[in-house]
Design a protein around this ligand. Structure first.
Ligand code: 13P
Length: 280
């Protein structure tokens, strides 16, 4: 699976600020950037087709970043046909914790696999908040994803009240451990994590690059304690929360930030393309 750990891409960083220690540290990183657009409950099928048609054209030359779009389920089939053979990969926004069967309203892994879906966003804070998804359920869905060759993008992040109460690390650690519980080391290695502080989602308030890096480094430390250094080093951790063209570069230059999970700015091609071009 070429997206998972395709090896160090030194040219990606060669034109970045050279005298910067964190950039030097990145040189031995084995993680390819991954930028995903989470379209949430936006775009009809025809609107999704129009957007992805623009993205395929605009991003045709991009090889340095894994680009993923995650439309609503209703648009997956048509978008799937369009991205076939392009450098854009397809993601879904949720997955059942079961297979086929009497589970009204659920989407089984085989339905996504047939449409060449590669990624599934799991445990997004909106689902944790509005559908009351627990870490245990997210872990079950993540295991189901791996069992069916889908790569989970597991989201974690604290609320504003939790940050203000200085319990960010405790909250994020509980979510990371709980949402990855039961996965093998190999499965964790190919899982993508997304740190999305709830207070930064859709609010226009982005975590500063230092704030984001601090939590990303902490998440990697938790992964080290769970599965050891070699595995933790290979897990890609995206940042999400009001990412746009103007802040993408600084965020993605941080040593432990390996991409972005983008909401609002992924809904029009100009904004999403700008983020990707600024991250290279
Ligand atoms: P925004 O980019 O709109 O803040 O949303 C982030 C997000 O929730 C991506 O999953």
């Amino acid at each position: 699976m070429e997206e998972v750990y395709p090896g160090r891409l030194f040219p990606l960083y060669a034109n970045r600020a050279v005298a910067n220690v964190s950039v030097l540290l990145r040189m031995d990183k084995e993680r390819k950037l991954i930028v995903a657009g989470n379209w949430k409950s936006n775009k009809t099928n025809s609107e999704a087709v129009a957007l992805v048609t623009d993205l395929i054209r605009e991003l045709a030359a991009v090889k340095e970043v894994d680009v993923v779009v995650c439309p609503a389920f209703t648009a997956l089939s048509d978008v799937s046909k369009l991205v076939l053979g392009s450098n854009i990969r397809l993601g879904a926004q949720n997955l059942s914790d079961s297979g086929y069967g009497a589970f009204t309203g659920e989407i089984a892994p085989g339905m996504l696999r047939e449409l060449s879906v590669r990624y599934v966003i799991l445990g997004h804070s909106e689902r944790r908040q509005f559908q009351k998804e627990s870490d245990a359920l997210v872990a079950k869905k993540a295991a189901n994803a791996h069992a069916n060759n889908l790569i989970p993008i597991v989201c974690v992040g604290e609320t504003l009240a939790e940050r203000e109460a200085s319990i960010t690390e405790k909250v994020v650690e509980t979510q990371v451990r709980g949402s990855l519980a039961g996965l093998t080391a190999e499965q964790v290695e190919s899982t993508v994590l997304a740190y999305e502080p709830v207070w930064a989602i859709g609010t226009g308030k982005t975590a500063t690059s230092a704030q984001a890096q601090e939590v990303h480094a902490f998440i990697r430390k938790v992964l080290v304690s769970m599965h050891g250094e070699a595995i933790a080093r290979r897990v890609r951790i995206q940042y999400g929360g009001s990412v746009k063209g103007s802040n993408a570069r600084e965020l993605l230059q941080q040593p432990d930030i390996d991409g972005a999970l983008v909401g609002g700015a992924s809904l029009e091609s100009k904004g999403f393309v700008e983020i990707i071009k600024n991250s290279i």
